[in-house]
Design a protein around this ligand. Structure first.
Ligand SMILES: Nc1nc2c(ncn2[C@@H]2O[C@H](COP(=O)(O)OP(=O)(O)O)[C@@H](O)[C@H]2O)c(=O)[nH]1
Ligand SMILES: [Mg+2]
Ligand SMILES: [Zn+2]
Length: 351
């Protein structure tokens, strides 16, 4: 266990977390951030340094990487999970609907794709939906720009589906890539990477960590290189002071009930839908459908509408289970306001 200590702000603390704490809380305990999740223990970092917290009974809702906890002053025991500002969750592997928290309190989700055959607008729309649902700012990172003769066409394509989302072309193998990403990698900022295998997530993590730096936090340096060991669910610090969350769950994300995220990721379709003749228009051969009229007029891509319908079906299926609905509300209840604020900011921004 390393002995380095961090201030709360270096650990990603925001003043808004204090709103969840009373004076009594501060007397009984102190805040600590979860940097590693193991079968029945958590690795945490706090202003007191690193500690291991043994989980005696199942804590509900499940604690995940990036969570803030109130730990008991006398012994490293969990008093309370602090309200999350953002959460990436997925439908648990091998289950139809169980929502499993993967990474909490992220500031940014790097959606990584490369300037080659991996590039797929429908997949990007899926990840954008996920980010907005989670209340996290998405940034599209276009790797392998150094191998591509026409990066501009990829940027143009992204602009057609997400004009307000930042899109950064990089060579993930070059240390120069840290500079255009620096805005999201400041001290105390937390980021996670998603994207298909082979797009350069590990390469980017390694380049950002740099050879001189020591990986700090819940996982060992080898894990950040992509040699995943059994308990590699963790968060590590970059030399810039930012935190990178790397968990196996980030690699296979099936979305749950993501209506809020869809409203943000497909705000153009939502705006058109408001003009359909019937308020319950399914945009599928209905009379007076403004959405289908836009496709016919060439102002809305038919592919985008088809993908919207596909995600809507998935979301509706996930929402159908009341149990999942309850879990969803419990995980996301405090987040939807944040997601809506992000959406407003996104609209106001101009890249
Ligand atoms: N030239 C170049 N190669 C890259 C870039 N990003 C990743 N690679 C290479 O692509 C391969 C897969 O990268 P990796 O980081 O393992 O992908 P991951 O599966 O997303 O973690 C490796 O051989 C990398 O060296 C890039 O921006 N430029
Ligand atoms: Mg990898
Ligand atoms: Zn319609």
């Amino acid at each position: 266990m390393h002995s380095q200590t961090f201030t709360l702000f270096q650990l990603g603390w925001r003043l808004s977390y204090s709103h969840d704490l009373t004076l009594q809380d501060f007397e009984a305990g102190y805040p600590a951030r979860v940097v590693g999740v193991h079968r029945n223990a958590l690795s945490v970092l706090s202003a007191r340094g690193a500690a291991s917290v043994i989980l005696s009974a199942a804590v509900e809702p499940a604690i995940t990487v990036g969570d803030w906890l109130l730990l008991e002053m006398e012994a490293p025991r969990v008093l309370r999970l602090l309200a999350r500002q953002s959460l990436i969750a997925r439908i648990a592997a091998g289950s139809e609907r169980r929502l499993q928290p993967i990474a909490a309190n992220l500031d940014t989700l790097f959606i990584v794709t490369s300037c080659n055959d991996d590039f797929n607008l429908s997949r990007l729309e899926r990840y954008l939906t996920l980010a907005f649902e989670a209340g996290v700012e998405p940034v599209i990172v276009l790797t392998k720009a150094d191998l591509c003769g026409d990066v501009g066409s990829y940027l143009d394509a992204v602009r057609t589906i997400a004009p307000a989302v930042a899109c950064v072309p990089i060579d993930a193998t070059s240390t120069a890539c840290a500079e255009p990403l620096a805005a999201w990698l400041g001290g105390g900022q937390t980021v996670a990477f998603v994207g298909s295998s082979g797009v350069g997530k590990s390469t980017l993590a390694n380049t950002l960590v740099g050879s001189a730096a020591r990986v700090t936090g819940g996982i060992r340096e080898g894990d950040a290189r992509g040699r995943h060991t059994t308990t590699a669910r963790g968060m590590f610090a970059l030399p810039s002071g930012a935190w990178v969350i790397d968990t196996p769950g980030m690699r296979e994300l099936r979305v749950g009930a993501v209506e809020t995220g869809m409203n943000a990721a497909f705000d153009d379709i939502e705006r058109l839908a408001a003009q359909c003749r019937f308020h319950d228009c399914r945009h599928q051969g209905d009379r007076g459908c403004a959405v289908e009229q836009a496709v016919a007029a060439g102002t809305l891509d038919g592919r985008r509408l088809a993908n919207y319908r596909k995600l809507q079906r998935e979301a509706a299926q996930a929402a159908r289970s009341t149990k999942e609905r309850r879990e969803h509300d419990r995980h996301y209840g405090v987040l939807n306001r944040h997601a809506q604020r992000l959406q407003r900011e996104k609209k106001g921004r101009d890249y």
